[in-house]
Design a protein around this ligand. Structure first.
Ligand code: ATP
Length: 409
């Protein structure tokens, strides 16, 4: 706001009454001239003030109109994807439509890629929204100490040993690595069909090491948090640093780290950005620190080799479907709390459940229990398991389809 201009001095003139007439007249003329000059100056100042008042009134009208529009019309939520000179690329949530729009001058300094903004019908950016405060909580599952233990995992002895070496030992005995002078593996990648215990392995090692377990699903990042993937990855590592020791578990990593495809759709660009963020977080990572990273995928064939380079996911562990021994152990584990009849033959069950994943064996045990309940019994007998197998084989469960897809791919 400019200060109001200072007023000219008030003209004063003492005229000596004893002066001869002609001199008095002359003095009065001078005085009149001065008064006229001051009058001119004041008129000019008044005009300037009027113009300023007019311009302020226009400003007030404009702000009032904007305010009314903001209050009256609904705005759409969009995410700023890119900043190009005086323009921004925004992507509207919901329909994923991308548009190039002008950067509003008043927001030019504040706006950043990744910001959530409110846009009007013509995609003019109205305001920058606060980040979704609960986005972290929505996108991540955080457990101070998961309750899964090594004893809950059936089979997978080799995998467990490898995970313990690569994840548990660096957390519990970091000095060993220092003494030997090597860095532990940066990231561990578990791959194999769905429901075979990958998440369990990660949780169990977090339990054993008293580490916070932080899980983020790659598919969710891509599907639900359009435009926020890279920010959430940044948050994920930040959160892990706040909660050290921590185990970061990125499930379905293929969703953000698939091999680059030919198509150049915006979705790809977004996924690429999320992956680049993940890679840069991993590159700036202290391999001997108190944070370990485990990722899992059912689609190993899809992965971009960039994430498998040394210093990134450089320890690959295959988690296969359980073999006969594994199935026996998994069945035993999941029937631990049940009253199992003497006729239940685990050997035979393990034999006929070839191709079942751990998750399917778990639901088999639950289903068998359901059959017993339906029959008003507390003891689960072999016939219940047989009926459960029949039911499961009939059901087109998503797990079975997913497993079939895995084999197909
Ligand atoms: P996905 O690839 O679908 O994420 P996953 O490999 O991570 O699957 P988990 O989430 O670890 O599979 O397993 C799902 C459930 O199946 C577990 O909660 C557990 O009850 C059971 N399960 C799977 N594998 C085993 C196993 N080896 N031992 C005991 N239970 C198992």
């Amino acid at each position: 706001m400019s200060r109001s201009p200072s007023l000219p001095d008030r003209p004063r003139r003492e005229i000596d009454p004893d002066l001869p007439d002609d001199e008095r007249l002359e003095a009065l003329r001078d005085h009149l001239e001065t008064i006229l000059e001051v009058n001119d100056q004041l008129t000019e100042q008044l005009e300037t003030a009027d113009t300023r008042r007019q311009s302020l009134r226009e400003d007030v009208d404009r702000v009032e109109r904007e305010n009314k529009t903001l209050k009256d019309s609904s705005l759409y939520i969009a995410t700023v994807e890119d900043l190009v000179e005086n323009e921004v690329v925004v992507k509207q949530h919901g329909n994923n439509q991308e548009v190039l729009t002008e950067t509003p001058p008043q927001l030019a300094d504040a706006i950043e890629a990744g910001d959530r903004v409110a846009v009007n019908d013509s995609f003019g950016i109205q305001t920058i929204l606060e980040g979704e405060t609960d986005a972290r909580a929505q996108a991540m599952e955080i457990q101070a100490k998961p309750d899964v233990t090594y004893a809950d995992i059936g089979g997978l002895e080799d995998q467990l040993r490898e995970v313990r070496e690569a994840v548990e030992q660096p957390l519990l005995e970091p000095e060993m690595f220092e003494r030997v002078g090597i860095d532990p593996p940066s990231g561990v990648l578990l791959y194999g069909p769905p429901g075979t215990g990958k998440t369990m392995l990660a949780k169990a090692v977090a339990n054993q090491t008293d580490a916070t377990f932080i899980k983020m699903a790659g598919s969710e990042l891509v599907r639900k948090f359009i435009g926020e993937g890279s920010r959430l990855v940044r948050d994920l590592f930040k959160l892990a640093r706040e909660r050290e020791p921590a185990i970061i578990f990125i499930d379905e990593i293929d969703a953000i780290a698939s091999r680059r495809t030919e198509s150049k759709t915006s979705g790809d660009a977004e996924v690429q950005r999320t992956m680049m963020q993940l890679l840069s977080e991993m590159d700036g990572f202290d391999a001997r620190g108190n944070i370990r990273i485990i990722a899992a995928t059912n689609r190993f064939d899809m992965l971009d080799s960039a994430i498998l380079r040394p210093g990134r996911f450089d320890r690959l562990i295959e988690v296969p479907e359980p073999d006969y021994e594994g199935r026996m152990k998994i069945l035993e584990i999941h029937t631990r709390g049940m009253t199992v009849g003497a006729d239940v033959d685990f050997d035979a069950l393990a034999e006929i459940t070839e191709g079942y994943s751990g998750a399917e064996l778990e639901s088999l045990s639950t289903e068998a229990g359901m059959f017993a309940i339906r029959d008003d019994r507390t003891e689960v007998v072999m016939a219940d398991f047989e009926a459960a197998i029949e039911k499961i084989e009939d059901d087109d469960t998503t797990d079975v389809i997913a497993t079939a897809q895995y084999h197909y791919n």
